[in-house]
Structure formats: structure tokens, C-alpha cells
Design a binder for this molecule. Structure first.
Ligand code: G4P
Length: 530
């Protein structure tokens, strides 16, 4: 069951992953079926935020308010067979954000869901590229096969060409649209038939002796059977065979076909995640990497969520455990401040409920309630001064000026902005010259979300207005050179919420010019969070 028999069994059985997809491909539906088969919910329909409206701002805000599972349950744990799955949710709104990127730093694999009729869509491609940066293993689920979808070879070709990854079919669909009757499981020589009558149930699978088994004809109409045999023969000739090592290295993706809404293909996908997905991996860190089997606990914060309960202003830091066996009450060193924290009420997210985490292992995600000490990128250890790396912050692509509706409330606004900055929801820049703040985000929707949250959580109406700047870059380099640069460019300089220097401009030309004029100053579009 594992490539790493040397790992402690509790760690070896963990599979921590995220789902990447374009909106509407079926991520929510698939998540729900995972939870259903994982025994975490009893019935489908408990997770969904309804219909189209869920991606509008108001709905997003409502979801935030309700803390519906698709937004708040940043991590869900459930068992399937011998495995413990930790599904880390990527943010529900369609704006690509840092949050999404950082979520992907906390997982060991991704499940890519595509719509069988639409193939690889823009958001999927973006997220895929992020996964590729880390060579994350990817397992693919081609959804909605109960609808008219593309030809199977065409889908596979498109993924191979568009994403430059080898694709190997784990199952092969039989019939399409209304005539879709199920899949032939190529990995186990099994026939899986769909049960459209009960969407919460999986029809029994039928074990066969390969495609030539005469019993095939009892279940599949003759024309479909002939086509299936032909196609599978072609697929086996033309497409690469499953190479588990190549999957783990992120060069090959196995693809399952199914229909999440009919619970079809989901169990096979889950078996696949267990069988071919990676166990917890080594975490990049400085001055040395962290291996999951190390007996001492280490973990890092990849997400902070504030005001989960507005009455208490609590924050939950989501920590991915990189090594060891965590037990409740443990004292861990917060490496940035060198302070020791007793972790007395960590939470695990079991479907709709938060539960106290009595223990957790490398690979798990725990939530640590705190009052703001824990920030994104922070590392917790049993004492060693070691920091997880690879959790970057990106220069925002959109900048706006923000002012409090009531000028007397400027201090309150600052507090609110700092908190959202720490949460990673926005970048906040304080210009050296002049008053007010400049807020930077990656997707336009985030301005609206911020304005609503500041109003809801702090009772502060705010105005966003266009800023004279459109780009931000962090300033680094030789100290004397940076000082000289800052002095000459004061009207372009600001500090971010960590007090790091930022250069703001309207022109890419400026950025290029500085590269030439100040060879000892470096302007960067990403910053490592520490
Ligand atoms: P998302 O989270 O990726 O955005 O997708 P979601 O699961 O919400 O699914 C998007 C739509 O596609 C939903 O319909 C859902 O019911 C439908 N869907 C998901 N899986 C399948 C499938 O296997 N087959 C078919 N035919 N449809 C599927 P909706 O009309 O937008 O929402 P609702 O009214 O059903 O809630």
C-alpha cells in the first residue's frame, strides 16, 4: 500500500490532497461524494451551496457568514479503507488568489476534475501550472460522463497536449450521455456499472477475466461492447501504461471517467488516490528539510482565517504537520518569535464539525486558535530553529486606495486592514509620503469581498478608489544602495504590513529602468513569507 514501508504506518496511510478544477466542473459534488464514501456525511446534499449564485459576491459573503463547508472547512479529514484522507479545500470563488497557491503548498497531490464536455478550461490550466511548479502528483477525474461529452481519445489528447503531461487511462467509459452505462476498470479488470436510480449508492462491480470474458455480453449491449474492445485495444497500444513512479514525480496522470452526481467512478478514484497518491512528503525548509518520519513535530501555517466567530475575534491558523506525532497540549516553539506555545485546543476538521484534535500525524492539517501570533509562513517545532520555505507572497496585480468613510475611524481601518493582510486576504501598503493606505489584491472580486468584510466585521464603511499606481515590487539588495534608491524615490515607496519596503509604480518601464540604474537594488514580484 505504500512506497515507503519505512514510514510509521500512521503516516504512511495519510493522503493529503486538494481538488483543482474550473468552476462548475463538479468539485463540490465530488467533495460531497468523497465525504459520503468516507462516512463523514450520511447523505448527499449537505455540502452544497446552491446554484449559479454561489459565485456572486453576495453569496460568497453569505457563505462566509454561514461558514458553509465549502468556504470554512479549509481541511476535511475522513477515512477510506485503510487510508486517512485530508482534503484541503481550495477557495470557492473563481478569482485566482494567493490563498489558492498556498493551499497547494500544504498538500502532497491534487485531483484535477474536468468536465467531459469542456475539457481543460482556463482555471484548471492555471492551477495545474501551480501544481507543476512543485511537481505535485496529479490524478484526473473526467466528470459528467452521463452528459454528452467528447470522445475519450480526444479528452486524453487534449490533456496531454495542453498540459504537457502523460495521460494513462485508469478506466474507460462505456457509451456516452444517455447511453453511458459505466466504465471498464483497466487497472483491476472490473466492470463498473452505473446505478442512476440511487445517486448515493454505487452499483456492485463485476469482476471479470479481462475484456474477452464472455460474461461481458450479459451486461453490455453488443454495439457498445464491440466499441469498448476496439477502443481499449487502441488505448493500450497508443497510450502509455500506468507507471506509478512517473505519477509520483508528476510526469504522468492516471485518468478516471465518471459522474460525480451519480456517485459513479468516485470510489475507483478514491482507491486510486490511496494506491497511487503519495504519502506525506519531505517539506522544504531552512537550514534543512523536514522528513515526515522524524519523531519530533514540525509544522507550518499555510492559511489564517480570522473572525470565524465575530463575537470572539478569534483566528484559526491552519497548520500542515510536516513531521512527527502531535498530541494535544504539546508545547511547540513558534520559530519566528522564539516563544513557546502550548497547543491546548487544536482542532481537526471532520466534515461539518470541528473537533478537538487529541492527536495528529505528519500530513494532517490542524487548526490552532490564536490571537494573532500565528501568521502565514510561520513554523512551529519542538525547539529547533527551522523554517519551512516555499510559501511565497505575490505582488498584487490590482491596487486601490482605501479610506474610511468616517475620517475619525482611520485607526480602526488600519487595524482591520492589518488583520486582513495577516490573513493573506490582501496586501496593505502604507506610502512613505501622504496618508491613507493602498490595498493590493490579485483578483478584482477581492476588493468587494474586503469592503464587505470590513463593514461586517468591524462596522466600518470604506471607500476604495483608483490608485495612481498599478504595480508593486518588493525592494531588496545591498543596504546602502537600497537607502539611496529609497531617498531618491520617496513618492514611490511604501512599507507593507511586515514593514518591508515596496516600490509602487504605474509603469513597467520604471521597473526596467531601475534594473539598469540601480544594479545593486532588486525589485521582486514575490517574497518568501517568514
Ligand atoms: P463546482 O464546485 O466545480 O463549481 O461544481 P459543482 O459540484 O457545484 O457542479 C456544478 C454543476 O454541475 C451542478 O449543477 C452539479 O449538479 C452539476 N454536476 C456535477 N457533477 C455532475 C455529473 O456528474 N453529471 C451531471 N450531469 N451534472 C453534474 P447546477 O445545476 O449548477 O447546480 P444544482 O442546481 O445541481 O445545485
Amino acid at each position: 500500500m505504500t512506497n515507503r514501508p519505512d514510514l510509521p504506518p500512521e503516516i504512511a496511510r495519510r493522503r493529503t490532497f486538494a481538488i483543482i478544477s474550473h468552476p462548475d466542473a463538479g468539485k463540490t459534488t465530488l467533495t460531497e461524494k468523497f465525504l459520503l464514501f468516507g462516512g463523514a456525511i450520511q447523505m448527499a446534499g449537505q455540502v452544497r451551496a446552491k446554484g449559479e449564485a454561489r459565485r456572486t459576491r453576495s453569496d460568497f459573503m453569505q457563505m462566509e457568514k454561514d461558514r458553509g463547508i465549502s468556504v470554512s472547512a479549509s481541511a476535511m479529514s475522513f477515512d477510506f479503507k485503510n487510508f486517512r484522507f485530508n482534503l484541503v479545500d481550495t477557495p470557492g470563488h473563481s478569482d485566482f488568489s494567493e490563498d489558492t497557491y498556498r493551499t497547494l503548498t500544504a498538500v502532497d497531490a491534487a485531483v484535477m476534475v474536468i468536465d467531459g464536455a469542456k475539457g481543460v478550461e482556463s482555471q484548471t490550466r492555471k492551477l495545474f501550472e501551480v501544481c507543476r511548479l512543485r511537481d505535485l502528483p496529479i490524478l484526473t477525474f473526467c466528470n459528467k460522463m452521463d452528459r454528452e461529452s467528447r470522445d475519450t481519445f480526444e479528452i486524453i489528447d487534449e490533456i496531454q497536449e495542453n498540459l504537457a503531461i502523460d495521460v494513462t487511462p485508469a478506466s474507460w467509459p462505456i457509451g456516452v450521455g444517455r447511453d453511458f452505462i459505466g466504465c471498464y476498470d483497466l487497472l483491476h479488470d472490473r466492470l463498473e456499472l452505473i446505478d442512476k436510480a440511487d445517486r448515493n449508492k454505487v452499483a456492485d462491480s463485476i469482476r471479470l477475466d479481462g475484456l474477452d470474458d464472455p460474461r461481458m455480453a450479459d451486461h453490455i449491449p453488443a454495439d457498445l461492447l464491440e466499441k469498448l474492445r476496439e477502443e481499449v485495444e487502441m488505448a493500450r497500444e497508443l497510450l502509455p501504461a500506468l507507471n506509478p513512479q512517473s505519477v509520483l514525480e508528476g510526469h504522468m496522470t492516471p485518468i478516471w471517467f465518471g459522474s460525480a452526481i451519480n456517485s459513479f467512478g468516485v470510489r475507483e478514484l478514491m482507491e486510486g488516490i490511496g494506491e497511487y497518491g503519495p504519502e506525506p512528503q519531505v517539506q522544504k525548509a531552512s537550514p534543512r528539510d523536514i522528513a515526515p518520519e522524524e519523531p519530533k513535530v514540525a509544522g507550518f501555517v499555510f492559511k489564517v482565517q480570522a473572525n470565524m466567530d465575530p463575537k470572539h475575534r478569534d483566528r484559526v491558523a491552519f497548520v500542515r504537520l510536516a513531521s512527527g506525532h502531535f498530541e494535544r497540549g504539546m508545547k511547540l516553539t513558534h520559530v519566528r518569535s522564539k516563544k513557546v506555545m502550548a497547543i491546548s485546543s487544536p482542532v481537526l476538521f471532520l466534515a461539518a464539525d470541528r473537533e478537538l484534535a487529541e492527536e495528529a500525524w505528519a500530513g494532517d492539517i490542524i487548526g490552532i486558535p490564536n490571537h494573532g501570533q500565528l501568521r502565514i509562513g510561520d513554523t512551529l517545532t519542538e525547539g529547533e530553529a527551522i523554517r519551512a520555505t516555499g510559501i511565497p507572497s505575490f505582488a498584487p496585480e490590482l491596487l486601490q486606495q482605501v479610506r474610511a468613510g468616517d475620517p475619525m475611524k482611520a485607526k480602526h481601518l488600519e487595524k482591520a486592514l492589518m488583520q486582513f493582510a495577516e490573513e493573506g486576504a490582501a496586501k496593505v501598503f502604507k506610502p512613505m509620503i501622504g496618508s491613507g493606505f493602498i490595498v493590493g489584491v490579485v483578483g478584482a472580486l477581492q476588493f468587494e469581498v474586503l469592503a464587505s468584510r470590513i463593514e461586517m466585521e468591524y462596522g466600518l464603511p470604506v471607500n476604495f478608489s483608483p490608485s495612481q499606481f498599478t504595480s508593486a515590487r518588493w525592494v531588496a539588495g545591498d543596504k546602502a544602495a537600497v537607502e539611496k534608491f529609497v531617498n531618491v524615490n520617496k513618492q514611490h515607496i511604501a512599507t507593507d504590513n511586515d514593514d518591508d519596503l515596496v516600490y509602487l509604480t504605474r509603469l513597467q518601464w520604471d521597473i526596467d529602468r531601475i534594473g539598469r540604474d540601480y544594479p545593486d537594488v532588486k525589485l521582486t514580484a514575490t517574497k518568501e513569507m517568514m
